[in-house]
Write a protein that binds this ligand. Structure first.
Ligand code: SF4
Length: 293
């Protein structure tokens, strides 16, 4: 008879399994893992604090103290990395739209927003409070793409405004930029129930709007935050570990892959790896970290 786990142990177990899955390590499971277990993203506020580790769950970002480990990145152990099989085909992305002069980009984004309207194209609209279109500069050189809105974002109609958003703001500041200078959007624009990962039908229905946003803004660099973002940007499901550390291409722009800030809140030890990813983006953008005063 299976042993019942208390909620704290269950949350910790889910985090550990998700951590290994994000690294592309899937061979250690003794039994098949219920996809619903991984899809159910616990609320961040429900994360247990670790006794004796002050600041472990904080939004602080201390890149200057983090060595650049990008060149040496290897999976954390010797397990073989296998691609995660794709069960559903990805929709073909729309053709890249013609470039729009910078002065017309705000209006072009507004047109996309009007096209979306009070969207009911996928089931996510049923639980939506506010649709989260995107936020930032229409002429941004750097764009971040996350997975989908959480509870705070759904309430405010803006992307990355909760604790993960605070950490993203700190990551942006560490790069020497202000949030208003970048653009932030998600693969899906309505909150999945319980913060679960969007299913392919939802992501494939919504992502053409994201592609249109990228085509309008034409950033020099897109940073994909987490596995879902890079999966739908590249149209292929691959382990995050195999995608980090190099420059990819999406819709004629450079694509760099790093961890989702919510994941970094759960496992702050990965911040140094994320900083290595951000440094690749900074190199491509010709940015230098701000001097520490
Ligand atoms: Fe429409 Fe996207 Fe919301 Fe689905 S997630 S209802 S496609 S805006």
């Amino acid at each position: 008879m299976p042993r019942q786990l208390d909620s704290a142990t269950r949350v910790a177990l889910v985090e550990r399994v998700r951590f290994y899955r994000d690294l592309g390590l899937t061979e250690f499971y003794r039994r098949p893992v219920d996809p619903a277990l991984l899809a159910a993203e616990p609320e961040l506020s429900a994360q247990p604090e670790t006794p004796g580790a002050p600041g472990l769950a904080s939004e602080t970002w201390e890149p200057a103290s983090q060595p650049a480990l990008f060149a040496d990145f290897q999976p954390a152990n010797s397990h073989q990395v296998h691609p995660i099989p794709t069960r559903k085909p990805f929709s073909a992305p729309p053709e890249i739209a013609a470039a729009i002069p910078p002065a017309g980009r705000a209006a072009a984004l507004q047109l996309i927003r009007e096209d979306i309207g009070d969207c009911t194209r996928c089931p996510l609209h049923t639980g939506r409070n506010k649709l989260v279109f995107g936020d930032g500069s229409p002429v941004a050189r750097l764009m971040f793409v996350g997975e989908g809105p959480g509870a705070d974002e759904d309430a405010q109609g803006l992307p990355f405004v909760g604790r993960a958003g605070q950490l993203l703001n700190n990551m942006i500041a560490a790069m020497g930029l202000r949030r208003e200078e970048v653009y932030i959007a998600n693969v899906v624009k309505c909150r999945p129930p319980g913060n679960r990962t969007p299913v392919p039908e939802e992501a494939n229905t919504c992502s053409p709007f994201l592609f249109r946003q990228i085509d309008v803004i034409r950033p020099q660099v897109v940073i994909a935050l987490g596995a879902t973002a890079v999966t739908y940007l590249l149209g292929a499901r691959q382990p995050l570990a195999g995608l980090r550390g190099r420059v990819h291409s999406v819709r004629g722009t450079q694509l760099i892959v790093t961890y989702h800030p919510a994941y970094l809140l759960r496992d702050p030890r990965q911040k140094k790896e994320a900083w290595a990813d951000l440094q690749i983006a900074m190199r491509e953008l010709g940015l230098k970290p701000p001097a520490r005063g």
